[in-house]
Design a protein around this ligand. Structure first.
Ligand code: GMT
Length: 379
């Protein structure tokens, strides 16, 4: 098997979200290892490095014709994929998130002669299976694209099982977990705490998410409303989505003074480094990249034991878990960590060791490269 550098196309949603972040970081790590990377999307991915000599971004132009009630993205994306695949003789097209990327990739392949087609690998991230996969308007198209793909990967054993159950897809699905390669923080812990207005003795409880319905911010607010003493913490929300509705709900619940929100933060390491613990209330997470990000900074997480989360942290070893919906349990877990710094530090340290041992960039990126070569690239 040849081990020459690969020419890869990466298709992802550019907005702030786990799949886009993972795809951007994978592209960056691959470029650092000598591979040539071509991102294709309607906007440059949020965390894509802008000035790397082996990374290029190919924008997809979307036109809003009067005739269409809804602008179409899938067709121009497929045309751009075919164009970039041909012009740059791509070996592999790595498609993150099925809708509409997997379908566009298949359409693009049918526009190319067989000898010009890269291998297509689809990585399923979560809501493309659990939400859209169950939608009668999308499920059959997703399954069809997976049937055509040269390889399918996903991020946890949980999602691997759900792909079989929800999508009725029974081909092989490789599990390659998320990874996180942090940048060094740019500010001290004290500087970040000062920026956030945290008083002495006030713990920083971090929540990073796009605030979509699956994140259950209603349960997040219910949880923090039960944490005592009330003045012992502030919830710092690094938000990737619209924050106005969340802030309105928080104010209505009388929690406005307990919450600080920052939008579209890129230097997340500064905040991870300053946080005392992290809190998540999602009803489903295929993996939860945010928990891994926190683990890397020895910051233990408190979360519901849903989806792939128990594959990332073991209860009472790297963090604390409660059954879904048990906001009182989560609040008690947070209190128990706020009042026991030594236990918090022990969970944090064990979490970091697990992140380094199982979810490091070196380990996971080489698994992707092995997988690309395994599906059979041109020599
Ligand atoms: O969590 C989100 O809403 C974003 C979502 C996505 O598809 O962009 O993230 C998913 O992919 C991440 C990377 O693989 C996983 O760590 C997240 O758990 C997963 N989100 C869900 O399953 C809800």
């Amino acid at each position: 098997m040849s081990d020459r550098p690969l020419r890869l196309g990466i298709i992802c949603h550019p907005s702030v979200g786990g799949s886009g972040i993972l795809a951007s970081e994978l592209g960056e790590e691959l470029a650092q290892r000598g591979h040539e990377i071509h991102f294709i999307s309607h906007a440059a991915p949020f965390r894509m490095p802008r000035d790397h000599p082996r990374i290029r971004f190919h924008p997809v132009q979307v036109n809003d014709y009067d005739l269409f009630k809804y602008p179409d993205y899938t067709l121009p994306l497929s045309v751009k994929i075919a164009e970039v695949s041909r012009a740059h003789r791509l070996d592999v097209l790595h498609v993150h998130y099925a809708v509409p990327h997997a379908t566009a990739a298949m359409l693009a392949m049918s526009m190319l002669p067989v000898f010009e087609r890269p291998k297509v690998i689809v990585t399923l991230h979560g809501t493309d299976v659990m939400l859209l996969g169950c939608d009668a308007g999308y499920g059959p198209a997703i399954r069809h694209a997976l049937d055509q793909a040269d390889g399918v990967t996903t991020v946890s054993q949980f999602l691997q099982r759900e792909i079989k159950a929800h999508l009725d897809f029974h081909g092989p699905v490789e599990v390659i977990p998320n990874f996180f390669a942090p940048q060094p923080p740019t500010r001290t812990r004290d500087a970040v705490r000062a920026e956030l207005g945290l008083a002495d003795g006030e713990a920083m409880v971090l929540h990073t998410s796009n605030l979509r319905p699956v994140k259950r911010t209603d349960l997040l607010l219910q949880t923090i409303a039960q944490i005592r003493p009330r003045e012992s913490f502030k919830l710092v929300v690094l938000a990737g989505g619209k924050t106005a509705p969340f802030l309105a709900e928080a104010a209505q619940a009388g929690l406005g003074d307990r919450i600080v929100v920052r939008e579209n933060v890129t230097a997340i390491e500064d905040y991870l480094h300053a946080a005392d613990l992290a809190l998540f209330t999602s009803e489903m997470e295929s993996f939860c990249l945010s928990i891994l990000e926190a683990m890397t900074f020895e910051c233990p997480s408190v979360a519901f034991a849903v989806g792939g989360i128990p594959e990332v942290i073991e209860h009472d070893k790297h963090g604390l878990l409660a059954p879904f919906g048990d906001t009182t349990g989560l609040a008690r877990h947070v209190e128990s960590l706020l009042t026991a710094p030594a236990r918090r530090a022990a969970l944090g340290k064990a979490g970091r060791e697990r992140a380094v041992a199982f979810f490091s960039a070196d380990r996971i990126v080489s698994r992707y490269v092995d997988y690309y070569r395994q599906v059979g690239i041109r020599t």
